[in-house]
Design a protein. Structure first.
Lengths: 114, 117
């Protein structure tokens, strides 16, 4: 059974700092990996999706990497801003006929202080 | 309306009530999903519909009954719930389902915060 772990569970940084969020998964047979952002009491916003054949994806100040063989992904946020404060969720999809099933981690709660 | 919408946003119900959650996607997708998010736990997939056919029932109790009348609408009918069913219920949609080579990115609604008294 796939398990997804996110470290750290919570992170507090001053504005302007670069930071890295970590995600690991136990079964490397994945179809893709998605990073989401969730604001308190709200739904999920998709940030980046990395196909299993890709090594990284970039969007603005965000860069996500994937090392499928070691079961790891990182989300790099450059020049953090208070508006980046949210919970960041990592999710992996199964391979083959289960590519629609997302397994989520518990998330990293990020606070960026002005 | 754009994206994925959910109503109501907040719901308080007693254990003997019957209520329904509604989800609508405006993205032209043909797969829809219900997820449950409880405090301190990861999101859990409950149901998946593809082209109005249920393709996944993730061991969900029968007090939760999904309905998908068309590819744009998804309902979750609730009755005789328990206090432990209190959670944020999220709906999502994706463009395709199980299509090889397609990345199947899922887009989420804002959720319904359910409290069972």
């Amino acid at each position: 059974k796939q398990e997804v772990t996110q470290i750290p569970a919570a992170l507090s940084v001053p504005e302007g700092e670069n930071l890295v969020l970590n995600c690991s998964f136990t079964d490397s047979a994945i179809y893709n990996l998605q990073w989401f952002r969730q604001d308190p009491g709200k739904g999920l916003t998709s940030l980046l999706l990395i196909q299993s054949s890709q090594r990284e994806q970039t969007s603005g100040r965000l860069n996500a990497s994937l090392d499928k063989s070691s079961g790891r992904s990182t989300l790099y946020i450059a020049a953090s801003q208070p508006g980046d404060s949210a919970t960041y969720l990592c999710a992996v999809s199964g391979s083959g006929g289960s590519n629609y099933k997302l397994t989520f981690g518990k998330g990293t709660l990020l606070t960026v202080n002005p | 309306e754009t994206g994925v919408t959910q109503t109501p946003r907040h719901l308080v119900m007693g254990m003997t009530n019957k209520k329904s959650l509604k989800c609508e996607q405006h993205l032209g997708h043909n797969a829809m999903y219900w997820y449950k998010q409880s405090a301190k736990k990861p999101l859990e997939l409950m149901f998946v519909y593809s082209l109005e056919e249920r393709v996944e029932n993730n061991s969900v109790p029968s007090r939760f009954s999904p309905e998908c009348p068309n590819s744009s609408h998804l309902f979750l009918h609730l009755h005789t719930l328990q206090p432990e069913d209190s959670a944020l219920y999220l709906c999502a949609s994706s463009q395709k389902f199980r299509l090889a080579g397609f990345h199947n990115e899922q887009f989420f609604g804002p959720g319904t915060r359910l409290t069972v008294l």
